[in-house]
Design a protein around this ligand. Structure first.
Ligand code: PGA
Ligand code: ZN
Length: 415
């Protein structure tokens, strides 16, 4: 690894895209700076590590200054080494002393400083192979759930996923076309568009199938216009509509309450009717069994675990053993360090799970996940379609595609 040693670590309070407090970390090695922050979720999984200690960002900053900084100043710019030290400092299983967001920001800032010290892009610094695969962008077009207010859909995210395109740029452009086309169709149908949610998706008072119909129509039109093959998808974030006491999924707008078996049937019915290419968290986060059943009963559809796996090595191992899902969300701050997130992605890949490196609803303005997706050879990156903090990541992938030049090839999604 690099010979540069960390000379200084700084922590400060900044804000994320929702205007919520976030931590920013500077890792300095001689004259090189690595600066990074961490996103935050709203529909977080039960098995994620804690984002911040009890005292929030303020306590995290104090902890970095008093405890972390003296331990890592003097160490080489080596992400794995730093991540080990972070685990030594905070031995809890849920990073409750340091906070996963703090740990991830330190881990990432170290990687950025390392890349800067060598004068190479972050993706090539982090990459363990010489593959030049570019991920497909998965973006949400209509959104409700925990990411929106007012009249909204029951399901958190109605998504578009390009599955065949020559370049990343054309895939991302097609997604933007779908976002625009949906707005036009909504207007024509006289649907009240209340605005956009946390991740830039349209917030509309539509029932599940109505939203899927409009999205389908927009996708097939944009597909015809651009030649980019598009599938539609859902993030059902089912834990957020699951009532643990009553053991039912509550669909307020659809005016339905559904038991676990009914939910499995409903998901399969939607997958068939709308030719869904991607379904995230179709059942609640403890339901490995129902996940397995849905995976077995669908084909040519990615069944992805977010709250189910929470980027946690042990949970993905269980998923693989039980054949629960065939895709996994990678959100590094769910687990706390780049090393842990990388391990989850590696194990998933060995088991032929599709990794989906993902943004969060409260994002930083950084673009590191774009580099991470390429470094991990994740076939998909989930990053929204509109909004400055989402566009930062899309535009960075356009630059990465340019850097890769002729080597660049679009990843294989397998559907
Ligand atoms: P988040 O949710 O609010 O936890 O970032 C996004 C998601 O469920 O994918
Ligand atoms: Zn999700």
């Amino acid at each position: 690894m690099d010979n540069s040693q960390i000379t200084q670590v700084k922590a400060r309070k900044i804000f994320d895209s929702r205007g919520k407090e976030a931590i920013e970390i500077d890792v300095i090695a001689s004259h090189v700076l690595g600066r990074s922050s961490s996103p935050s979720g709203a529909s977080t999984g039960r098995w994620e590590v804690r984002s911040y200690p009890n005292g929030g960002v303020k306590e995290a900053i104090r902890f970095v200054e008093d405890v972390v900084s003296p331990k890592i100043v003097g160490i080489e710019l080596d992400v794995k080494q730093i991540d080990l030290v972070l685990h030594e400092i905070d031995k809890s299983t849920d990073f409750s002393r340091l906070g996963g967001n703090t740990a991830y920001a330190i881990s990432l800032a170290t990687a950025i400083a390392g890349a800067n010290s060598r004068g190479v892009p972050l993706f090539s610094y982090l990459s363990e192979s010489n593959q030049s695969e570019v991920p497909y962008p998965l973006g949400n077009v209509i959104g409700g759930g925990m990411h929106a207010r007012g009249g909204k859909t029951d399901i958190q995210e109605f998504l578009v996923l390009p599955t065949k395109s020559e370049t990343f740029v054309s895939a991302a452009e097609a997604n933007m076309g779908v976002h625009r086309k949906v707005a036009n169709l909504l207007e024509k149908k006289g649907v009240d568009v209340s605005g956009r949610g946390d991740e830039g998706a349209w917030v509309v008072p539509l029932e599940t199938e109505q939203a899927l119909e409009i999205l389908s129509e927009a996708c097939s039109r944009v597909s015809d216009e651009t030649g980019v093959k598009l599938r539609i998808g859902l993030d059902m974030a089912a834990s957020t509509i699951w009532d643990e006491q009553e053991k039912v999924y509550i669909y307020q707008r659809d005016k339905r309450k559904i038991h676990e078996d009914g939910q499995i049937d409903f998901v399969i019915e939607l997958a068939n009717k709308f030719h869904l290419g991607y379904i995230e968290d179709p059942v609640h986060e403890e339901s490995f069994e129902a996940f397995s059943e849905i995976t077995a009963k669908t084909s040519n559809t990615l069944i992805c675990g977010d709250d189910l796996f929470t980027t946690n090595v042990e949970r993905i191992k269980r998923g693989i053993a039980e054949k629960a899902g065939n895709a996994v969300i990678i959100k590094p701050n769910q687990i706390g360090t780049l090393t842990d997130a990388t391990q989850t992605a590696k194990i998933s890949k060995q088991a032929n799970y599709i990794s989906v490196v993902s943004h969060r609803s409260g994002e930083s303005c950084g673009s590191e996940i774009s580099h991470l997706a390429v470094a991990l050879t994740a076939p998909i990156i989930k990053l929204g379609i509109l909004g400055g903090e989402r566009m930062a990541k899309i535009n960075e992938l356009i630059r990465i595609e340019e850097i890769l030049g002729e080597e660049a090839k679009m990843a294989k999604i397998g559907i």
